[in-house]
Design a protein around this ligand. Structure first.
Ligand code: ADP
Ligand code: ZN
Length: 436
């Protein structure tokens, strides 16, 4: 398969060269944060580290972590490393719990964002011949604008749709001949189902590539989206604290998401002890954003559970790859001692005949313990079926969850189309526990 590479020099540099580039940039970063951000100066002083102590990137492991709480405690701009007049853009996370997390960009940061953006979308298969329908939300959320400038940078034609208005999205897609859809996987699935209802199959849709991310999604969900739309569903990763989308992106070979390591240095740690893990081991992803001017991030704890490989990829890029994420440490449910991620339940739901992949997980307290209810929609052709088939369907789901995950869950079958559809990030877990 022929692949296009946006910045061949950077994306295919040798690991030795990369080590050299990272070391220079890391030393520069430590100098900047030590002198410009009181929070970091204090954190480094506490560890007895001064910028001149840093030899190379291998010293990263001695550095303190930065967490979301640190950003919140320094709300709104306490971790900014430049004077306010140099800031040209602000974004913020959704902030469903408490204050939002505020991030800022200088002119150079925006340049950097579109550079890693161009690498990312080209890695996904976008070229200047692509017509890109961007269905991520525009506004304070980084998703929409981040990928907008990324696709423009490679010279693609961009349609800034934003989320929602599904029927219109489909009309525009056909009329404008959109070849690329940028969306969350849950919204892509919803779009695909509405297309099906409108009598369209994969052959009636011009889409070739889906750039999908911003939330965890299972391999089974990817397969379902691909078969309903005929497009290749590429995994896209990022977060506002690190820059926004385009921190990492799969290439068309799809063996993990290439992370742009000359700017974002990944590490995997044990989420409990903070200890550094070996390549290939699964743990919490920690990323250092070395080159941003406004908001450099030292060892940011993403809370995402991942593993990393630096094995050669057939696309020619030498940048490490992050495997599909199983979930976030704070989405992990502990049910009678067993750790469960929503994506594990999702995988099971996709494999059962007779239900649709729309689900919700409700946590409650029963006898002082956490109980899980799985609400899932029955397929329309099953819904009016006799009660015995519905009962056996419920049992089948319950048994699979018991066998593959090892927990007992209450299964509730819901009417077709009764659970909420997502236009952005899907809400999978409803927590009604009285004891947490
Ligand atoms: P917020 O949701 O707080 O507004 P972000 O949009 O920056 O903030 O969300 C970033 C988070 O989204 C990541 O830490 C990760 O948990 C999740 N995420 C983003 N892309 C992916 C992906 N491809 N797979 C799994 N999770 C993802
Ligand atoms: Zn590759």
């Amino acid at each position: 398969m022929k692949v296009n590479i946006w910045n061949e020099k950077a994306e295919t540099m040798s690991r030795d060269e990369l080590h050299h580039v990272q070391s220079l940039r890391f030393k520069d970063m430590v100098w900047r944060i030590y002198h410009n951000v009181p929070f970091y100066r204090q954190a480094l002083d506490e560890k007895g580290i001064t910028p001149s102590d840093i030899k190379d990137i291998d010293d990263l492991k001695y550095m303190p972590f930065t967490t979301k709480t640190d950003l919140r405690d320094n709300y709104p701009k306490g971790l900014f490393a430049v004077p306010d007049k140099e800031v040209v853009r602000i974004h913020a996370s959704s902030g469903t719990t408490g204050k939002p997390t505020v991030v800022g960009y200088t002119k150079n940061d925006l340049e950097l964002w579109s550079e890693v953006g161009a690498r990312s979308v080209m890695s996904a298969g976008v070229t200047q011949d692509s017509i890109v329908q961007n269905s991520l939300g525009y506004g304070l959320f980084t998703g929409g604008l981040g990928l907008h400038y990324a696709a423009e940078k490679v010279g693609a034609q961009v349609i800034p749709m934003g989320g929602g208005n599904t029927q219109k999205q489909i009309m525009m897609m056909k009329d404008f001949n959109s070849t690329v859809l940028i969306a969350t996987p849950s919204y892509a699935l919803h779009l695909a189902d509405v297309m099906e209802e409108m009598g369209m199959g994969p052959d009636d849709i011009p889409l070739k590539t889906g750039v999908l991310g911003a939330e965890p999604w299972s391999e089974e969900m990817k397969i379902a989206i691909e078969s309903k739309t005929g497009m290749q569903a590429i995994n896209s990763y990022g977060m506002s604290e690190l820059i926004g989308p385009c921190v990492a992106m799969e290439c068309v070979h799809q063996t993990g998401m290439h992370i742009w390591e000359d700017h974002f240095v990944p590490q995997i740690i044990d989420p409990v002890t903070g200890e550094l893990l070996e390549e290939g081991q699964t743990g919490e992803l920690v990323v250092t954003a070395m080159t941003k001017e406004c908001l450099p991030m030292l060892r940011y704890r993403t809370k995402d559970i991942a593993s990393i490989t630096t094995e050669k990829c057939s696309c020619g890029r030498t940048m490490a790859r992050i495997k599909r994420l199983s979930g976030r440490t704070d989405d992990m449910m502990i049910i009678r001692g067993v750790n469960v991620f929503p994506s594990q339940i999702e995988s099971i739901i996709f494999e059962v005949q007779g239900v649709e992949p729309y689900y919700q997980l409700v946590l409650s307290t029963a006898n002082g313990m956490t109980a899980l209810e799985v609400k899932v929609e029955v397929s329309p052709e099953y819904f009016n079926d006799d009660i015995r088939r519905l009962t056996s369907l419920r049992e089948e789901i319950g048994n699979r969850i018991k066998t593959f995950i090892g927990i007992s869950a209450k299964i509730t079958l819901c009417e077709p189309k009764s659970l909420p559809r997502s236009e952005g990030k899907a809400v999978r877990v409803i927590d009604q526990r009285t004891i947490k």
